[in-house]
Design a protein around this ligand. Sequence first.
Ligand SMILES: [Zn+2]
Ligand SMILES: [Zn+2]
Length: 191
Amino acid sequence: MLITHDTECALDILVDLLNTAPEAGGHEALPDLAALRDFVLRHRISDVGPLGAQDLESVRQVRRTFLEIYGATTARQAADLLNAVMARAGTTPRLTDHDGHDWHMHYFAPGAALADHLAVEAAMALAFIVVAGERERLRRCEAPSCARVFVDLSRNRSRRYCDSRTCGNRLHVAAYRARQREASPAPVPAG
Ligand SMILES: [Zn+2]
Ligand SMILES: [Zn+2]
């Protein structure tokens, strides 16, 4: 699958945003403006002005919308929802090489509110996934009592668990057991 670096970054941000929701990560990880500012800094999101209470509410609304899109059962449902987001938030494609990055596309309108910025970039990234016919890569962790989301970018689409500490361990243990099975000779039948 051809997926550009900026699409991958946008998907990373989206997954992280969705996992801040109680329905995915298990608790509210964007409880206040400080948490939202931290989210912006952690992902080095560019062109973000001063944030207020309205931004927090709007970002949580975007999060709800994208949880719905992420869980869409058909490509058509996902496409309809994505089209609505792109129409509402205003998509403005332009090339940029800000902050020493190579040339890449930005789709949010200059000066857009943080929620619109996040919505537009996430919508475009998911639009590429829909176009590529790769929606099955949008996964939920299969570990019991974990509902975190992740995008499986593995070559053979075999990833089943998120990379949280507990599930990440599960991932390593599964890989270790698989290697052991391959390495050890078949058991000699008794009798
Ligand atoms: Zn950029
Ligand atoms: Zn998990």
